[in-house]
Design a binder for this molecule. Structure first.
Ligand SMILES: Nc1ncnc2c1ncn2[C@@H]1O[C@H](COP(=O)(O)OP(=O)(O)OP(=O)(O)O)[C@@H](O)[C@H]1O
Length: 359
C-alpha cells in the first residue's frame, strides 16, 4: 500500500486553480521531489498533505486512511520549511527536542534522541550552542534534526536549502539523501531548483499550472522529457515542432536524423546541445556563431541559422569557433529525442518556464 495517496485533488482560490485533479502516490521509503516554476502549485500540494489546506475535491490518504478532518498534528507528518524557523531563544538541544517535548516524552528519552540526531546530521555535542551563533548550513542541519526527531511517517520539505549558497547546497543535498536513505525516511520535497531535485530524489514530479506535467526517475525525466514545457524547464532550449517519418524529422532547421523507433508524425523534437555538430560552412545548415558561454567542461555556443530559430551547441574547449564566424551544422541522432507530445499548439507552448502563474 502506498504511504501517501492523492486522489483527484483540486484546490481553488477564487477563480484561480492552484491544484487541478492531482493524482500522486508515494511508496514507503521513497524520496519524491516536486519541481516546477513559481506558482505551479508546489507549496499548495505540501499544505494539502500536511492538513494546512483542505482540498476542494479529492482525497488525501496516509497509509490508506482518508485524512479529511484530521488536524495537522495528528497526521504524523514532519514539516521543514524554507526559512527553517528555529526558535532563536532556545539552544540547539531545545530546538531539536521540540516535537518530543510536545508529545510529552520523558526527559531522558528526549536527550538520547537529540544526541542521536545531532550525531546523524554531523553536529555531535552541539546541544548547548546558541542557534543565532550557527552558520546557515548548521542551522539547516538543526532544522533537519528537529523535523526528524519525532520519527514522522512522512517528512515534507519546502525549499529545504533555499537560502543557502550553491556550493553548500550541493554538499548538503548529498548529505540529506544519505540521512534519508539511512533512516528509510519517506520524503516529499518541493523545490524550484532542478539540480537539487535530481540529486535528492528517487522520483521527480514536474508541475505545471497545478497539474502533474511528468513523473519519473531523474534519469527518465532527463532523458525523455514528456513535453516541450518539461524540456524547457530542464534548461533545454533546442525544442522545435517536427514531422517525423521513419528515421528523419522535418524541422525548421531542415532534416534532422532521429533514433530508430521514434514516435512518428507531428511531434516535438528536442536536440541536446551535445548533438549539434559544427563543421565547415559548405556542409549542413549554415549558421552564424553568436554568444559563447564558458560552462567549465565545455562552451555553450549560440548559433543563428539563416532560417529557423536559434540553437545551442556544446563545444569542446579546444574547438570553439569565433563569434561572427559562419559554420555548417549537422545533427547526431543519438542526441535527438522525439517527445511523445504532439507538436505544441502554438509558439508560446512551453515557452518561458516562468509562465506558471496564471496572471
Ligand atoms: N492563500 C492563497 N490565496 C490565493 N491564491 C493562492 C494562495 N496560495 C496560493 N495561491 C495561488 O495558487 C497558485 C499556486 O501557488 P503555490 O504557492 O502552491 O505555488 P508554488 O509552486 O509553491 O510557487 P512558489 O515556487 O513561488 O512558492 C498560485 O497562482 C498562487 O498565487
Amino acid at each position: 500500500m502506498a504511504l501517501l495517496t492523492l486522489e483527484d485533488v483540486t484546490v481553488r482560490f477564487g477563480h484561480r486553480t492552484a491544484l487541478e485533479a492531482v493524482d500522486l502516490e508515494i511508496a514507503a521509503h521513497e524520496i519524491v521531489c516536486v519541481l516546477g516554476p513559481s506558482g505551479s502549485g508546489k507549496s499548495t500540494l505540501l499544505r494539502v498533505v500536511a492538513g494546512l489546506q483542505p482540498p476542494d475535491t479529492g482525497r488525501v490518504l496516509l497509509e490508506g486512511t482518508d485524512q479529511a478532518g484530521v488536524p495537522v498534528h495528528r497526521r504524523g507528518v514532519g514539516l521543514m520549511f524554507q526559512d527553517h524557523q528555529l526558535f532563536p531563544q532556545r539552544d540547539v538541544g531545545g530546538n531539536v527536542a521540540f516535537g518530543l517535548r510536545m508529545r510529552g516524552e520523558p526527559r531522558g528519552q528526549q536527550q538520547r534522541r537529540v544526541a542521536e540526531l545531532l550525531d546523524l546530521v554531523g553536529l555531535p555535542g552541539a546541544q548547548g550552542r546558541a542557534v543565532a551563533a550557527l552558520s546557515g548550513g548548521e542551522q539547516q542541519r538543526v532544522a533537519l534534526a528537529r523535523a526528524l526527531a519525532p520519527r514522522p511517517r512522512l517528512l515534507m520539505l519546502d525549499e529545504p536549502l533555499g537560502q543557502l549558497d550553491r556550493s553548500l547546497r550541493e554538499r548538503l543535498v548529498v548529505e540529506l539523501r544519505g540521512v534519508f536513505t539511512q533512516l528509510g525516511t519517506t520524503v516529499l520535497a518541493v523545490t524550484h531548483d532542478q539540480g537539487e531535485a535530481f540529486a535528492l530524489a528517487d522520483r521527480v514530479v514536474v508541475m505545471r499550472d497545478g497539474r502533474v506535467a511528468q513523473s519519473g526517475t531523474p534519469v527518465e525525466v532527463w532523458q525523455r522529457p514528456a513535453s516541450a514545457f518539461v524540456a524547457r524547464f530542464l534548461g533545454f532550449d533546442n525544442v522545435v515542432a517536427a514531422t517525423v517519418r521513419g528515421d528523419i524529422a522535418d524541422t525548421p532547421w531542415g532534416k534532422v536524423p532521429v533514433p530508430a523507433g521514434s514516435p512518428q508524425g507531428r511531434r516535438t523534437l528536442l536536440v541536446r546541445p551535445a548533438g549539434v555538430r559544427l563543421g565547415p560552412p559548405e556542409e549542413g545548415l549554415r549558421c552564424t556563431v553568436g554568444a559563447r558561454t564558458f560552462r567549465g567542461s565545455h562552451v555553450a555556443v549560440l548559433l543563428r541559422p539563416t532560417d529557423g530559430p536559434e540553437m545551442e551547441a556544446e563545444c569542446a574547449l579546444r574547438h570553439v569557433p569565433d563569434e561572427g564566424a559562419t559554420v555548417g551544422v549537422s545533427f547526431a541522432a543519438e542526441d535527438v529525442v522525439v517527445l511523445e507530445e504532439r507538436e505544441p499548439a502554438n509558439a508560446d507552448e512551453g515557452a518561458a518556464p516562468t509562465g506558471g502563474r496564471a496572471d
